[in-house]
Design a protein around this ligand. Structure first.
Ligand SMILES: Cc1cc2nc3c(=O)[nH]c(=O)nc-3n(C[C@H](O)[C@H](O)[C@H](O)COP(=O)(O)OP(=O)(O)OC[C@H]3O[C@@H](n4cnc5c(N)ncnc54)[C@H](O)[C@@H]3O)c2cc1C
Length: 815
């Protein structure tokens, strides 16, 4: 049995490329007291058989930053460690066989520019010049990324391991971790088949075993393995050496030249989940049985694009397992269930190209106690507990592998494992024509199909089939009244004699307010970054209702719980499932509500930003005068079992007032006109309220201060280097989604962080941060610029404003 130490600062479970990268980067940060335990041999899980493609362009800025860093790291790793990696910067070409795919690629190219990636848009002929065996039949265009590359995954892992060892990391093979030890909510070590190891931090890099490993600590790491296929041909005489990686997503195929042969792999639309009954303990350097029936149609598609394959012999049919997550993004960070337990797993077939960046930021996270920049896209806290359900994961995995190469349509919804979390009003909304979208498993009405039309998405980059339906919902909110089911909101109660004091420290705004006051506030970290964006309602002297978004339920509750000192007399409870929420919004909402309630709804009796428990029909509900759409309106918090009857009362009273049901697409359009920020897009843990223009929600002088105040004070003195603005595109035939570059006087100054068409303003709208090359961003500098937004490689004039385009003084809200 290998000897292992009885204590280490950090124990890493798993010696694939990810575990070795975390070890390497911890060593780089000077954290040498690291023990990496591998149950068999390094790389024996998934890493050894990866195809080794190293691309840089990902769906979002920060994921692209991470992949970009990986490429830079691998480029120099051999020089640094003396261990060959096989890394070659051959570039990559992605081809498009439809106009829509070409638009997707060009939008990606525009986004790449924001991040300083070199990218060229090519004609089919120019693509063929770079890849002479390519058939251009049916091709519309292509993009070329010259700095993409390929690497040998085993050698690259060994190089990372060597670098880690040099930095003092101990790597021990043939030791299986069998349990995670903890005490009072903190990890204390691991059990292994070679004895116990005490540790302050444990990092779960166990690849497709990571769900099971996390389960030992009752933590949720939702991933599932699927079979993944490629072939390697016999040597092909005509094949030039050093060809770029070729991707033909429309044919689900990728092609890599290696030593005179072609490796051809696929991301087919319907994948084969694997390991439903658990991953065999004996698995090491294993392959799964070849399934020729499954890959035959895929081979035919590949042959169409690269006809030389028709005559090439096949040397290897490869089938190996890889882990996939419900949203195709990997899982990174400290798990909410146990302090000190981190995870880096679920790499959805891009673990080689992600390992460098993921290892670096996780090491920073562990050493510094917080992520180095906004990592919400991959943060484990976006996952909700039910998602570790095995049947859910298996069913979703059928779809997720193929989504890698499917069209990344705006608003695309998953098709598998749906209908998991439903509002109490779901069936009523469905009967009324709702088309649902999913967030964290919650089914939410995105739009309502008019009578005679199907509530079904028809995706495209231009206006989609729901555009006019949603526009009508939008108008109802601006002109009459509409009803939103917002039951997916997360709701917490903080109760106890110290609740006001505890919450006062967390909130940047003043929350020691009269009972019945609703406060919009941010929770900040010590750096002044926005950890959460929510409302707090004082329910009584010692109780607060905290309302936040569905997507951040786990994260925000975790932040709250961790912010309550052990000695404080305050307890936090997640009451999300206990309340349905209806948003009754629009200038006629007061009139309508008055027919159902005898409460004093006048401006004086029930002013903006206050909350009361009122009679409504036969029920008692909490009505809060607050809005995310910029009109007079009420959020109604209804004990769940009363929701159907309250809903029925409102809908029955509705026709007189022009009431319409409205969905989240309309909500998004309305909030965009008011430039209401959305956490996760427009604001994150690396943006401060000053940069985000949320000065009005900072209580600078409140007694006791608040977390993050000192950082904000420093920033206020130094001046703002970036600022969030509202953007309106000068053309209505192009849509903004997010990540489009913003140009000022011909210079790249920012990108769109979120966007939607504004039906009242009559333009595609977005929000985005502008930077002035490190100099202060002043209102004068903003006003003096001439702006363009780049959409799919084309620059379009745009207006930019620090104020919302709709009702900047919020007069309509406060009436
Ligand atoms: C066919 C195929 C082709 C691919 N091609 C590419 C590509 O071209 N580019 C790309 O970026 N990615 C590619 N991938 C994906 C890539 O291989 C993976 O994402 C990556 O290898 C995951 O690395 P990992 O370290 O997370 O997992 P693994 O390599 O599986 O490492 C996990 C390790 O943990 C160990 N372990 C598990 N449980 C324990 C325990 N209890 N105690 C101790 N050790 C434990 C395992 O033995 C294993 O070695 C491909 C995958 C497949 C299947």
């Amino acid at each position: 049995m290998p000897a292992i130490p009885s204590h280490a600062g950090v124990v890493i479970i798993g010696g694939g490329i990810v575990g070795c990268s975390v070890a390497y980067h911890l060593a780089k940060r000077g954290c040498g007291d690291v023990l990496l335990l591998e149950r068999k041999r390094l790389t024996c899980g998934t890493t050894w058989h990866a195809a080794g493609l190293v691309g840089q362009l990902r769906a979002t800025q920060n994921l692209t930053r991470l992949a970009q860093y990986t490429t830079q790291l691998y480029e120099g790793l051999e020089r640094e460690t003396g261990q060959a990696t096989g890394f070659r910067q051959v570039g990559s070409i992605a081809v498009a066989a439809s106009e829509a795919r070409f638009e997707e690629l060009k939008r990606g190219a525009s986004m790449a520019r924001c991040f300083g990636l070199e990218v060229q848009v090519l004609s089919p002929g120019a693509a063929r010049e770079r890849w002479p065996l390519l058939s251009t039949d049916g091709l519309v265009g292509a993009v070329f990324l010259p700095k993409d590359g390929q690497t040998n995954p085993v050698d690259t892992t060994q190089a990372l391991a060597r670098g880690a060892r040099r930095g003092g990391v101990r790597i021990v093979e043939d030791v299986r971790v069998t349990g995670i030890r903890s005490d009072r909510g903190r990890v204390t070590g691991v059990a292994t088949d070679s004895g116990e190891v005490r540790a302050d931090v444990v990092v779960n890099c166990a690849g497709m075993w990571a769900r099971e490993v996390a389960g030992w600590a009752n933590a949720s790491v939702p991933l599932h393995a699927a079979e993944h296929f490629y072939i390697v041909t016999q040597p092909i005489r005509e094949l030039a050496s050093g060809l770029p990686i070729l991707r033909d997503a429309d044919a689900c195929s990728y092609f890599k030249e290696d030593a005179g042969k072609l490796l051809v792999g696929w991301f087919e639309p319907r994948a084969k989940p694997w390991g439903e009954r658990g991953i065999p303990e004996s698995f090491a350097f294993d392959q799964l049985p070849a399934d020729l029936g499954h890959i035959e149609p895929l081979i035919a598609q590949a042959m169409h694009r690269v006809p030389v394959l028709e005559s090439a012999g096949v040397q290897v049919f490869f089938n190996g397992p890889e882990s996939f997550t419900p949203d195709d993004r990997y899982l990174l960070g400290e798990v909410p269930e146990l302090r000190g337990l981190y995870v880096a797993a679920g790499f959805n077939s891009i673990g080689i190209q992600s390992a460098g960046g993921a290892g670096k930021v996780l090491a920073d996270w562990i050493v510094d106690g917080h992520p180095p920049f906004d990592l919400w896209d991959v943060d484990i806290r976006r996952c909700v507990p039910f998602q570790r359900n095995k049947r859910y994961l298996r069913d979703r995995t059928v779809e997720t592998l193929g989504l890698l190469y499917a069209m990344h349509w705006p608003f695309r919804q998953p098709e598998t494992a749906r209908g998991v979390r439903k509002s109490a009003l779901h069936d009523r909304l469905a009967a009324a024509g709702a088309c649902f979208g999913e967030v964290a498993g919650f089914e939410r009405a995105n739009w309502f199909a008019a009578a005679g039309t199907e509530p079904r998405y028809e995706y495209r980059y231009g206006r989609q089939n729901w555009f006019e339906h949603s526009a009508a919902e939008h108008r109802a909110v601006r002109e009459d009244v509409a009803l939103f089911d917002q039951s997916s909101f997360a709701k917490f109660v903080l109760k106890g004699a110290d609740a006001a004091a505890v919450l006062g420290r967390i909130c940047a705004n003043e929350v020691d307010v009269p009972i019945g006051k609703v406060v919009y506030t941010q929770w900040l970290n010590e750096r002044g970054g926005i950890e959460a964006d929510l409302t707090v309602t004082r329910e009584s002297e010692d109780a607060y209702l905290i309302v936040t978004s569905c997507a951040t339920q786990v994260r925000d509750f975790n932040w709250l719980c961790r912010s309550v000192p052990d000695t404080a007399r305050a307890v936090a409870v997640d009451v999300s499932s206990g309340y349905a929420v209806l948003g009754l919004m629009g200038p006629r909402s007061r009139e309508l509500l008055a027919t159902l309630s005898d409460a004093d709804l006048s401006t004086a009796g029930f002013p903006f930003a206050t909350s009361q428990i009122i009679d409504l029909g036969y029920a008692r509900v909490r009505a809060s005068r607050i809005t995310y759409v910029g009109e007079l309106g009420y959020e109604l918090y209804i004990p769940t079992e009363f929701a159907p009857s309250v809903y029925d009362e409102i809908v029955a009273a509705g026709p007189t007032f022009g009431l319409r049901l409205a969905g989240y697409h309309a909500l998004n359009s309305l909030r965009m006109e008011k430039a209401y920020r959305h956490w996760g897009h427009d604001i994150s843990d690396e943006d401060t309220p000053l940069e985000a223009g949320l000065h009005f929600a900072i209580a600078w002088k409140k007694a006791g201060g608040f977390v993050g105040r000192e950082a904000l004070e420093r920033q206020r003195e130094a001046g703002l280097r970036r600022r969030l603005v509202a953007v309106a595109l000068g053309r209505t035939d192009r849509m903004l989604y997010h990540n489009e570059p913003i140009w000022r006087n011909g210079e790249l100054v920012g990108r769109i962080s979120s966007a939607m068409f504004g039906h009242t303003v009559g333009a595609p709208l977005g929000l985005g941060y502008l930077a002035n090359g490190g100099a202060p961003v002043t209102p004068e500098w903003i006003a003096a610029g001439h702006y363009e937004v780049e959409v799919a490689d084309e620059r379009i004039p745009a207006r930019v404003s620090l104020q919302p385009f709709y009702d900047p003084a919020s007069e309509r809200v406060k009436q």
